[in-house]
Design a protein around this ligand. Structure first.
Ligand SMILES: [Zn+2]
Length: 67
């Protein structure tokens, strides 16, 4: 059995956290786990950038639709 590190998250869990973070503040332990994972992972920081780009695009779209 593999040892379980309390701050270890899989990429799948991290992407779920990144999405959840859009709606609610994450508990400190999840934020730490997220930062730790981001420092070690290649894929998740790219996914985070995509999310931010998407959110910015949505924000712009919302802004235009209000005009
Ligand atoms: Zn990852």
């Amino acid at each position: 059995m593999k040892p379980v590190y309390p701050l270890r998250r899989t990429c799948k869990e991290v992407s779920a956290l990144l999405i959840a973070r859009e709606d609610r503040a994450l508990p400190l332990v999840e934020r730490m786990a997220l930062r730790l994972h981001m420092a070690m992972c290649q894929a998740c920081p790219k996914f985070e950038r995509q999310l931010l780009t998407m959110r910015n695009a949505m924000g712009r779209w919302r802004h235009y639709s209000e005009d």
